[in-house]
Design a protein around this ligand. Structure first.
Ligand code: GLN
Length: 282
């Protein structure tokens, strides 16, 4: 007969996770796994630290913990990720939304008030940026597109889950599926270099390379987008691009060469270069 498994309290589960996961977010990761497992908010963990998991919960926790220790992203284990004020379904078909990308959302909201404006999000993935913008600006008409059909479907499920009506999600590469002109176009495209050592560490190992890596020092897709958007922006329309912390100068240069004006760099909460905004003179 096998030994009865030891009981595990919430507090002990948190300590076990914090000690086992090789990540600087080990404690938070464990909290998110437990909340998912128990279907409770984080406050529950701190209110009932001594509460014991049932045998089934304990077994499931240990499986999730083992997968997390092996490197799987928390968002893939829970199937969900919070972004802006939204909870989004995630899958292995797209990038997992990052807190850094909220910099792009904030910058876009600062440029245009609510009104009957047309805004596009290129390479929308989970739909994170498009849905965050549309939720804050109910009168914007937001078009979001992704080349990967499974991503477009995921974005549509996230639209339904968050009940945001003013977004239309299309399948296609960059500007190709768009129709008409836009007051603003935003994108978080792939921008990592193929030989970046960062690609062999952390969550990126579980994300599609097509959402991360672009040729030409990571700038190939940014260049394509800048070129294509020239015929899609209304006069004085805005283009906002997320990029790597070390790409600000190169992005500003290629935007200037493509004819954009009012080029401005925006830093993320950590003070790193993260987003560049520019205007199409028309
Ligand atoms: N910022 C992400 C990372 O470095 C990459 C996002 C992207 O390529 N668009 O993990």
């Amino acid at each position: 007969m096998s030994e009865p498994a030891l009981p595990l309290s919430i507090e002990a589960a948190l300590a076990l996770g914090a000690a086992s996961i090789h990540s600087d977010t080990a404690r938070l990761d464990t909290e998110l796994l437990l909340c998912h497992l128990l279907d409770k908010p984080r406050s529950y963990l701190f209110t009932w630290p001594e509460k014991e998991l049932t045998a089934a919960q304990r077994d499931e926790f240990l499986v999730l913990l083992e997968r997390r220790v092996a490197g799987e992203p928390v968002a893939h284990l829970t199937g969900l990720r919070d972004f802006w004020t939204l909870t989004l379904e995630v899958s292995a078909d797209t990038l997992i939304p990052r807190g850094d990308t909220e910099t792009l959302v904030e910058a876009a909201l600062a440029l245009l008030p609510d009104g009957p404006f047309r805004v596009a999000d290129l390479g929308t993935g989970t739909g994170a940026i498009a849905l965050a913008l549309a939720s804050e600006r109910p009168n914007w008409q937001v078009l979001a597109c992704d080349r990967v059909e499974a991503a477009a479907e995921l974005a549509r499920r996230n639209q339904a889950r968050n009940a945001i009506p003013n977004v239309e999600i299309l399948t296609g590469s960059w500007c190709e599926p768009l129709h008409g002109e836009f007051e603003m176009i935003v994108s978080n495209p792939p921008y990592i270099e193929a030989d970046d050592p960062h690609l062999s560490q952390g969550d990126v190992r579980y994300e599609p390379l097509s959402a991360l890596v672009a040729g030409e020092s990571g700038l190939a897709d940014i260049r394509l987008i800048a070129e294509q958007c020239r015929s899609r922006l209304k006069p004085a329309g805005w283009l906002l691009l997320e990029h790597g912390y070390n790409q600000a100068e190169a992005v500003a240069q290629l935007l200037a060469q493509s004819g954009y004006i009012d080029i401005e760099l925006i830093r993320d909460l950590a003070g790193q270069p993260r987003v560049t905004q520019a205007r199409w003179p028309g």
